[in-house]
Design a protein around this ligand. Structure first.
Ligand SMILES: NC(=O)c1ccc[n+]([C@@H]2O[C@H](COP(=O)([O-])OP(=O)(O)OC[C@H]3O[C@@H](n4cnc5c(N)ncnc54)[C@H](OP(=O)(O)O)[C@@H]3O)[C@@H](O)[C@H]2O)c1
Length: 247
């Protein structure tokens, strides 16, 4: 796939799925802007990608004033955005009795409010015919124990994406949702112990965790002209996780 001269914005692009996707777009010729909360993580990602076509912006998507920083960076670039990948996300897992207000707010502010207002503020900067992609999760469909708030954020995100697809269609902007199954990332490592990862791998039809490059490939496909008639839908890239649970 060729994305030469295309401008790509990825929120949460410093590790895991976002980093793999940034690398894939750079390899495909795009100019890529990545965000994250942490300057050190951004520097590390920039060193790893090592391309003059990469820009980094410190922007915490859970804070509206920091979304404005991202918008300003995009406006000052003078380029319209061809691909907006809204990927930043956090998960905190606990049974309902143990969920705190802080955990609730952190997940909704990052996974829902942040994506909504990033989209809202960047809509004027989207090119006609551009592609917007949201990272959701199979948890929006499944009902796993201890994931009530995380799953609710992804369900909410899916609905926002579907309505955005309808509202933006008149500008020929396609909006789609990628729902990964369990993917081996620093994010997964931070919330799931090793034995639980084996359980997650065994819960997929393919009997393994996915890797971030496999999600990046799905993102590039959905952003490409090859997906020109795909909008308003959710693509599961989950090693058969959801279907396998129904066997
Ligand atoms: N791994 C999985 O199994 C899996 C499955 C389904 C869905 N997902 C989803 O995939 C997305 C990426 O997750 P991942 O597994 O790749 O996790 P990850 O390795 O932890 O990456 C998360 C990225 O988001 C950034 N981030 C987190 N909070 C942010 C905020 N408030 N503002 C800006 N950036 C923020 C992180 O950078 P900083 O820490 O530097 O801010 C990092 O770049 C998430 O939306 C997650 O819910 C993951």
């Amino acid at each position: 796939m060729n994305f030469t001269n295309k401008n790509v914005v990825i929120t949460g692009g410093t590790t895991g799925i976002g980093l793999a996707t940034a690398k894939a777009f750079i390899s495909a010729g795009a100019n890529v802007l990545i965000t994250g909360r942490n300057a050190g993580n951004l520097q590390k990602a920039a060193a790893e990608i090592n391309s003059p076509r990469l820009t980094t912006v410190i922007s915490d998507t859970s804070k509206l004033d920091e979304i404005t920083v991202l918008e300003k960076a995009v406006a000052e670039s003078g380029n319209k955005v061809d691909v907006l990948f809204l990927n930043a996300g956090i998960g905190v897992f606990a049974p309902i009795e143990q969920v705190t207000e802080a955990d609730f707010d952190a997940q909704f502010n990052t996974n829902v409010k942040g994506h909504f207002f990033t989209l809202q503020k960047l809509i004027p900067h989207l090119a006609e015919g551009s592609s917007v992609l949201f990272t959701s999760s199979t948890v929006a469909t499944a009902s796993n124990l201890g994931t009530s708030i995380y799953s609710a954020t992804k369900g909410a995100l899916n609905k926002i994406a579907q309505i955005a697809a309808n509202e933006l269609a008149e500008r020929k902007i396609r909006v789609n949702i990628i729902s990964p199954g369990p993917i081996a990332t620093p994010g997964l490592d931070s919330v799931v112990p090793a034995e639980a990862k084996e359980h997650l791998a065994a819960a997929t039809a393919l009997q393994r965790l996915g890797n971030p490059d496999e999600i990046a490939n799905t993102v590039l496909f959905l952003a490409s002209d090859g997906a020109s008639f795909i909008t308003g839908t959710e693509i599961l890239a989950d090693g058969g996780y959801i279907n396998y649970a129904l066997r």
